[in-house]
Design a protein. Structure first.
Lengths: 249, 785
């Protein structure tokens, strides 16, 4: 376990022979050991304090990469569940922005995680790679597949028809409508441009990470993201003006 | 873009995203800043960019919702996450389950939606178990009891060992120990329920618990601690001392004493050592006798010059002083001073007259002194009459004796009495110079002999009670005298002594191992006795020469009939003390037969096996049970002698009269004597009742409940009983010399009671006789007359 989780996760518990004997199976011991390693990294605990359910977030001191590493190394569903909890919101937001459809994004996020799990299982070498990047690659590919399939079917979930002026008094409604407008604006970008813009501005990934995900040179990524920003600025400025004009008219 | 040129608005616009990121080179950044200070359009463009990016940033976080649960649910359904089937390099990675993954996720999902999941899994070759769907390989491994650990299948033992070793444990001999424990083990410590200790600390208490003691360099049984380690072997100090004594010429004598061989040789000849010289008891006794006789002569001259020994019919009653407080005063009483005696004068009182309370022609009888009362006759066919007689203020104790037609009685204090059975008249009384007379014993045809509590031997004329001889023998006499010809034989502790009854001179003394029980038995020319260490001994009556001895644990005075010597013997039987009747050859003392009968625990005898502080200890040895002698063991009381009839032996053991066949020793009958009333604390003998006696077909005994009982000798059935109002039995202070037993002569039964009264029962059968009182207690000489 120490080897699997790297230097950052030494096992700090020792098991007395009595505890070994009273534990029902060795498999259970193994699981508990993994949980110890993940949730109680760097901190001595005794047996009684091991939580049977998810511990409070504050106790999770393991970083994204280590968590991915553990999940990739062990097929323990509980560990993988922590991955979903950790990255689920990010992937959902990423896919929502990418495909512009909240429900569909949820389906795709689920598929993304399942596919990530499959990859963990299928390819041993992935454990040494960047599993976070892999997750974005999977999600991005699924999103693009979705968009491609949608274009083939001539579907257009990004219906821009209804743009309703926002009112000052209805803050919540205003925010929802503005979100709708942002989504519509994003939808006007081409798929690759939108992907890059979302990874950079919304997922707030570094250029290196984006380059890794996209398999592009970092310079290319930078220039493409610059263009994407300008493109979105133009679209969004147009939206703003039309909204202002609509309000005036 | 040529950054060396002043930036146009278009060039500036293209650089705005990088400017926005702060990612421009400093020079270019400065140029953009400079341009923006002049170009309002580009400022707007920057503002628009900022607003647009802000809009992107304000996209709210989506809610995670039940996404993790959905994923977990799907995963568990698909069994994608078997914890033990994970590592792809394992052979199970090739399991068919993974086929779906390789085909493609979309296709696979489509397949799942088309078929029921169970069908799908079955099609994939999976097997349903209670733990979910398993691939065959996994199932096989699990059924083989192995588990998946660190990338391979391993058995549980190996897994446990691996986990232990990861946690700092290691194998030491046959145990897994952590480093601390191992260090202690290597230092020689061991872990017990009470913590770490060492063998050296642990073993001594355990050995001590097993009764072992530390002795030198070894642990040995506690009882061997007295021993020594000599040349590698354990020897007891006893052995060493014994060997040393033998080497020095000592011999271990039968009486348990180490003596020099020469000394033993002399002692076996009857010699004793006084200072450095050897002499004989006879010689010493003669000296004592001579000097004592001299003193007495002088004393007589000094104190009692006026009184001489009485002769028959030469002591007129008129000369009797009136102030004698004891006996039949005024009528028969005469002063008995010193060793004198006085005849009872003309006393001719008969028992029948006494019984009637009627003095007859002897009107002068003081009824205050002689009280007789009738008692109820229970069964008149068995006896004609019965009387209870009290004489004087003194209790009548012990066993009466009938000698030459006279009944002799002992008083409890210092006076002895005689009655003429021919005439049923009181004959005489004699106040002895010493107290506590023993039972009377016949001597030389018609005379009577007594010994006393302070060990003076008397012979009195049977006719008139005159003292013929008196001799102080020793400070301690312990048995009634017996007669053997002209000799009176009595005992001292460790000795049997014969005295000339005519003049009191010692004749011989024979050493015996211990005190003699009850008394010596005189049969023909030989004497037999039992000593308190359990030895049976026979010696010649004339010389005292020992014939044989045999230490068998005898507890009663012997009884002899023909060549058979009967004695009661204590036996140790599995922790219980029982008794037997042993029959010895009277010629050589060997046990001929022994009747165990029905051994029972003797409750009144404080004998505990293997307890040295108890009265007696029996030690198992190859020859049988042996009585070990200690001072305390002398307290084992004398058992009553064995009575012998034609067909049976009779003994009283506690409260049971038991008859056994003389031919095979089998118990013929047992009769329990009922106990009523308060037990008399003064009675400490085993025979709390009087000793039984055989007369004709009767076994007669006086009982503690005040009944005189007669049992059928053939069946043990009670023929009759008579309540005489007072218990009968041997009094404690007279145990040795005053054992109580009925005397039966010519159909009359004479018994003394604990109340000090004489009971006379007339059976009417003139042919009924008990054993003569001659020597020891009951000796059966066969029916007489």
């Amino acid at each position: 376990l120490v080897a699997a989780l790297g230097n950052q996760s030494p096992i700090v518990r020792l098991w007395s022979p009595e505890e070994i004997m009273t534990t029902t199976t060795i498999a259970e011991i193994t699981i508990l050991s993994v949980q110890d390693a993940i949730f109680h990294h760097g901190k001595a605990t005794d047996r009684a304090s091991i939580p049977t359910e998810s511990p409070p977030e504050s106790e999770i001191v393991i970083d994204d990469q280590a968590l991915m590493h553990a999940a990739a190394q062990y097929g323990e569903p509980m560990v993988f569940n922590r991955v979903v909890e950790r990255f689920g919101v990010r992937i959902l937001r990423f896919l929502e922005c990418l495909v512009g459809d909240r429900a569909r994004a949820r389906d795709l996020a689920q598929e993304s995680f399942l596919r990530l799990h499959t990859c963990f299982k299928k390819q041993d070498q992935k454990r040494d790679g960047n599993a976070v990047s892999l997750l974005y690659v999977i999600a991005g590919n699924l999103g693009r597949d979705e968009l491609r399939r949608r274009s083939v079917r001539r579907e257009s979930p990004l219906n821009c028809a209804a743009i309703v002026p926002i009112t000052e008094n209805e803050t919540r409604l205003e925010r929802d409508e503005r979100n709708e407008q942002v989504m519509l604006a994003l939808a006007e970008l081409d798929d690759d441009t939108r992907l890059l813009l979302v990874l950079r501005e919304i997922q707030e990934l570094s250029y290196d990470e984006i380059a890794s995900i996209q398999g592009l040179a970092i310079g290319t990524v930078k220039s493409r993201i610059s263009r994407a920003r300008l493109a979105f600025r133009d679209i969004w400025t147009r939206y703003q003006r039309s909204a202002t004009e609509g309000a005036h008219s | 873009m040529n950054i060396s040129l002043p930036p146009s608005c278009a060039a500036c616009d293209s650089l705005l995203p990088q400017y926005y990121d702060g990612d421009l080179e400093p020079a270019l950044h400065a140029e953009i800043v400079d341009h923006l200070t002049h170009c309002s359009r580009c400022i707007d463009a920057v503002a628009d960019l900022s607003v647009a990016m802000g809009a992107l940033h304000q996209i709210p976080q989506p809610k995670l919702g039940d996404l993790p649960q959905q994923i977990a649910s799907v995963m568990s359904k698909l069994q994608l996450a078997q914890r033990w089937s994970w590592r792809p390099q394992a052979s199970l990675a090739a399991a068919s389950l993974l086929l779906a993954c390789s085909v493609g996720f979309g296709f696979w999902m489509a397949r799942i939606t088309e078929l029921p999941i169970e069908e799908h899994l079955k099609n994939q070759g999976l097997i349903a178990t209670s733990e979910g769907w398993l691939i065959p390989t996994v199932l096989g491994e699990r059924q083989a009891g192995r588990i998946w650990l660190n990338g391979r299948w391993t058995n549980r033992t190996a897994a446990a060992e691996q986990l232990l070793s990861e946690q700092g444990y290691s194998v030491h001999t046959d145990a897994w120990l952590n480093s601390d424990a191992k260090a202690k083990f290597l230092e020689g410590e061991i872990l017990t329920s009470s913590g770490w200790t060492t063998v050296d600390q642990l073993v001594p208490p355990l050995l001590a618990k097993q009764g072992l003691s530390h002795f030198g360099d070894s642990w040995i049984d506690a009882k061997d601690v007295q021993g020594l380690r000599l040349d590698g072997s354990l020897v007891t100090t006893d052995q060493l001392v014994n060997d040393r004594l033998i080497a020095l010429g000592y011999v271990h004598t039968n009486d348990g004493v180490w003596r020099l061989a020469e000394e033993e040789s002399r002692m076996s000849k009857g010699e004793v050592r006084v200072g450095e010289t050897w002499t004989t008891v006879q010689a010493i006794a003669q000296k004592v006798s001579d000097s004592k006789a001299l003193e007495l002569d002088e004393e007589k001259k000094r104190n009692i010059p006026a009184v001489t020994l009485a002769k028959d019919s030469d002591a007129p009653a008129a000369q009797a002083p009136a102030a004698i407080p004891l006996g039949w005063k005024g009528v028969y009483g005469v002063p008995n001073v010193g060793r004198t005696s006085k005849p009872l004068g003309t006393a001719t009182d008969s028992l029948s007259q006494l019984r009637a309370g009627n003095g007859g022609k002897h009107q002068q009888l003081n009824t205050n002194d002689i009280i007789a009362r009738k008692i109820n006759i229970k069964k008149s066919t068995d006896f004609l009459s019965a009387s209870i007689i009290r004489i004087g203020h003194e209790s009548i104790v012990g066993t009466p004796a009938v000698i030459a037609g006279r009944l002799h009685l002992s008083g409890s204090i210092d006076t002895v009495y005689s009655m003429d059975l021919e005439t049923n008249k009181g004959s005489w009384q004699t106040k002895l110079s010493d107290t506590t007379p023993s039972n009377p014993v016949g001597y030389d045809e018609s005379d009577v002999a007594y010994t006393t509590g302070s060990c003076t031997l008397y012979t009195l004329s049977g006719k008139n009670g005159a003292v013929k001889m008196n001799e102080w023998i020793s400070s301690t006499l312990h048995s009634m005298p017996v007669t053997n010809g002209k000799l009176l034989v009595t005992t001292m502790p460790g000795w049997i002594t014969a005295i000339n009854g005519a003049n009191g001179s010692p004749r011989w003394a024979t050493p015996v191992p211990s005190e003699v029980r009850t008394g010596v038995l005189s049969v023909g020319t030989q004497l037999y006795c039992t000593t308190k260490d359990g030895t049976l001994l026979a010696c010649e009556g004339a010389s005292g020469k020992e014939i044989w001895r045999n230490r068998i644990g005898g507890v009663s005075s012997p009884t002899v009939r023909g060549k058979d010597l009967y004695v009661r013997r204590l036996l140790h039987n599995n922790g219980a003390i029982g008794e037997s009747i042993a029959v010895l050859d009277s010629e050589n003392g060997r046990i001929r037969t022994e009747s165990l009968g029905s051994p029972r625990i003797l409750k009144t005898l404080s004998v505990q096996p293997n307890n040295p502080s108890s009265y007696a200890t029996y030690v198992e040895n190859p020859e049988g049970s042996e009585l070990k002698l200690t001072d305390n063991q002398l307290k084992v009381p004398d058992f009553g002698t064995v009575l012998i009839s034609e067909k049976s032996t009779i003994v009283l053991s506690e409260h049971v009269v038991e008859a056994r066949s003389v031919t095979d020793g089998q118990v013929m009958w047992q009769t329990s004597i009922p106990i009523s009333g308060e037990p008399n604390e003064k009675i400490s003998t085993t025979n709390e009742h009087s000793d039984p006696v055989i007369a004709g077909n009767l076994v007669i005994l006086g009982c503690l409940d005040g009944q005189v009982r007669a049992l059928d000798i053939a069946t043990g059935k009670l023929l009759w009983s008579l309540n005489v109002g007072s218990a009968m039995g041997s009094s404690a202070d007279g145990e040795l010399m005053r054992r109580s037993q009925a005397t039966i002569v010519s159909g009359r039964i004479y018994i003394t009671t604990m109340a000090g009264e004489l009971v006379v029962i007339d059976t009417g059968n003139r042919l009924l006789n008990g054993p003569r009182w001659w020597g020891d207690q009951a000796r059966w000489w066969g029916d007489q007359e």
